[in-house]
Design a protein around this ligand. Sequence first.
Ligand SMILES: Cc1cc2nc3c(=O)[nH]c(=O)nc-3n(C[C@H](O)[C@H](O)[C@H](O)COP(=O)(O)OP(=O)(O)OC[C@H]3O[C@@H](n4cnc5c(N)ncnc54)[C@H](O)[C@@H]3O)c2cc1C
Length: 464
Amino acid sequence: MFHKVAIIGGGAAAATLVSELLERRTQRPLHLDWYTGGPMAGRGVAYGTPSERHLLNVRAASMGMFVSKPGGFLEYAQALDPSVKGADFLPRRMYGDFLQSRVEDAVKNAGSFGHDVNVLPFAAESVVPSAEGVTIGYGDGETQAEAAVLAIGSLPPRPLPGVEDAAIASGRYITDPWPFLASAESHERPLRVLIIGLGLTAVDVLLELSARWPNAHFDALSRHGKLPEPHLAAASAPNDDGGELIESMRDDVNIRVWLRRLREATAGAEDWRTVIDGMRPHTQSLWHDLPQAERARFLRHARWAWERARHRMPPQVAATIANLESDGRLTRSRGRMRSVRLSEDGSLAVVHRLPGGGETTDSYDIVIQTVGLNTDTQRTDHRLVRQLVLGDLVTPDPLGLGFAALPDGHLLDGEGKPRRNLFAIGSLLRGALWESTAIPEIRKQAQSLANMLLAEKVQRVATR
Ligand SMILES: Cc1cc2nc3c(=O)[nH]c(=O)nc-3n(C[C@H](O)[C@H](O)[C@H](O)COP(=O)(O)OP(=O)(O)OC[C@H]3O[C@@H](n4cnc5c(N)ncnc54)[C@H](O)[C@@H]3O)c2cc1C
């Protein structure tokens, strides 16, 4: 067992792991140093939004914080409002309240289990693992632990290639939509807004800004011009035939074949969603079996289609977006942004390539980039990740999907060997697991990490 553990990160993954650890009885006390990166511990990016328009994209019944209590969030929500149903898509703000209250209770009650917690509202700036333990640096301070877990979510977004520095400096090109949404004021000015990327973050931006800026027009540009698919209003059980599909995929580990099998399975199903949902328990092991070249092929050709089928919009959100389109306030187009530069009149000139060839230039007051999670640890300004990568203390995933790691969360050192005392949880394990961002996966990772960290005999994972 590790008796002194540092948890680094202030979002849902850290809150879940901290709670898992503190609610267990151990033979000897556990000491946690929890680096939360700021004062709002437990919410992170997804559940820090105060907007009631921003809904969970997973039904309430599946958003429990612990594997041992998958219905925990539903119970919490029904205690506040007995009319809530398990199939509802509730506000993310409420989920943030739930996470925060649960982890605060766990920290408060830690003493009754013999544990103690030091909550440090700072960003960890360096992590140096060695045979003796791990040294964590922040500001002018430093702490020692026997093991550390990185629960830092995804990396700060970087501007797309082709965006001029002057466009960014003007404040009209928004690389990170979340701080922008937190501070954007309501007004009635007519604005031309371009959104680059059409995933769930684009949908959140549209919901919020279309309400705050009633006279704005939104263009949305993406490679395929398609929105995420909607959930059905009623929950449906995953497909019973999932096993047959999975076996046929295991028999021929090839992305082209997999896509064909998926197309056949979805065409034969009453609703295609049941096939996609039926794959979820198997996605990580399928990914594990996929050779690097096939993974790269998936990312190039199939990722976009997978993401829009897998990460779906609640039906009421889909209806709001459809209304924006039918009212003429939202126009979607296919294409690729080539460049964004600041014009003399202060607007942004955006050149984009059209699908059939040729280019077009349009002028916008604001351009917002919403192109999905950044997990590229080789090219990032995140101070801690840079220190780990540049110091050769970890290996980046070769396809830009976080860190090279074992599926159980052990990070690999600079030579590709598992580190005994350095772990990760969440999005930066995408290279090892692919499916590694949502709560149902995170709570499983938290449970197995807690088992590993508290195991009486520390697991031997080769060297170090
Ligand atoms: C907009 C959005 C909506 C989502 N909706 C859902 C949903 O409805 N259902 C679902 O299951 N999943 C959803 N997800 C997936 C989501 O990623 C996970 O549910 C979960 O929030 C991930 O939590 P995390 O702690 O891994 O990451 P984050 O929420 O990103 O938290 C990481 C935290 O670590 C902090 N940090 C970073 N570096 C350091 C450092 N060096 N030191 C200390 N702290 C640091 C950051 O400031 C941040 O607070 C959504 C994701 C997004 C982005």
